[in-house]
Design a protein around this ligand. Structure first.
Ligand SMILES: N[C@@H](CCC(=O)N[C@@H](CS)C(=O)NCC(=O)O)C(=O)O
Length: 290
């Protein structure tokens, strides 16, 4: 395990206030990339803390045998479940965690709310973010991805055009409320925000004159989780074994400090990854965008 990542240690006392703790086996495989950032923002909004290892997707650590033995899909994020199995796909992980921790609801607390969120979520993924992602693989990320997946550089410009067009389409359907689901902030907002923010960073700017999307983007960017999710997850120190899954932290009481440089220590031992031992060594963040 130590070959594929490092457990991030808790921030100094006082920054994160842990109100409950657990004997964790669950573990997030995190990376400096947009799909993991969607999950990080989701976890921050839910105030869920899980231990995490960082996998270096820039050098392709995720596609090496050590990680493929954990998750044959070889992509981030992934969740090691309590039974030791691995769950991939950020949306599936979010759905699972929301079932275990329903409140605050980011998918929905009623069948109607959940259906509405999933409607927007699928529109966002199938029409916009997947096009941004693939265009990135075929253009800005080509040198990194051509040895990993089939790439179609000639298609990149067309995919970008489709993403822009479908974003205009979303803009046209935007209702009167501040978020995609009206008054309710949801996972669909997180996914669209993170991918548009990524697109801006990789030379795929979206149309800043869009009537609804532009103020919506600014609104979501102002949420503390938007800035905090740029940072990789850090493992929290175990204080006992009173629960199974995760701890909640009052992270937004001290948002500015949480945005500071990584100051936690990290451990490379397998036991530490399971137990989130406070001992270990410091490690700098991997290169790349999150
Ligand atoms: N649909 C997947 C996408 C996963 C994905 O493509 N992850 C990227 C990071 S955004 C990755 O692992 N890239 C490295 C690689 O494919 O080698 C999800 O949403 O979880």
């Amino acid at each position: 395990m130590s070959v594929i990542g490092v457990v991030h240690q808790v921030k100094p006392a006082g920054v994160w206030k842990v109100s409950a703790c657990s004997d964790l086996f669950m573990l997030i495989y995190d990376a400096k990339s947009p799909a993991p950032r969607c999950l990080r923002m989701f976890l921050l909004e839910k105030q869920l803390l899980l231990p995490a290892v960082t996998v270096d997707v820039f050098t392709g650590e995720n596609r090496q045998p050590a990680f493929l033995a954990i998750d044959p899909a070889g992509q981030m994020p992934a969740l090691r479940c309590d039974d030791g199995s691995t769950l991939g796909e950020a949306v599936a992980i979010a759905e699972y965690l929301e079932e275990l921790h329903p409140s605050p609801a980011l998918i929905g607390s009623t069948p109607e709310q959940r259906a509405r969120t999933r409607q927007w979520w699928r529109r966002v993924e199938l029409n916009v973010t997947e096009f941004i992602h693939n265009a990135y693989h075929y253009d800005e990320g080509l040198s990194r991805f051509e040895s990993r997946i089939p790439v179609l550089p000639d298609a990149a410009a067309g995919l970008k055009a489709i993403a822009r067009d479908r974003l205009r389409w979303l803009d046209g359907m935007f209702g009167a409320g501040p978020y995609l689901c009206g008054e309710r902030f949801s996972a669909a907002d997180i996914w669209l925000y993170v991918w548009l923010d990524f697109a801006l960073a990789v030379n795929q700017p979206f149309d800043r004159t869009l009537r609804h999307i532009e103020p919506w983007f600014v609104r979501v960017a102002a949420r503390p989780s938007a800035a905090h999710s740029r940072q990789l997850l850090r493992c929290m120190r175990l204080l006992g074994s009173t629960g199974r899954l995760a701890r909640r932290a009052t992270w937004w009481k001290t948002p500015s400090r949480c945005c500071g440089p990584t100051s936690g220590r990290a451990s490379t031992s397998t036991r530490s990854q399971r137990r989130c031992s406070p001992t270990g060594r410091r490690r700098s963040s991997p290169r790349g965008r999150n």
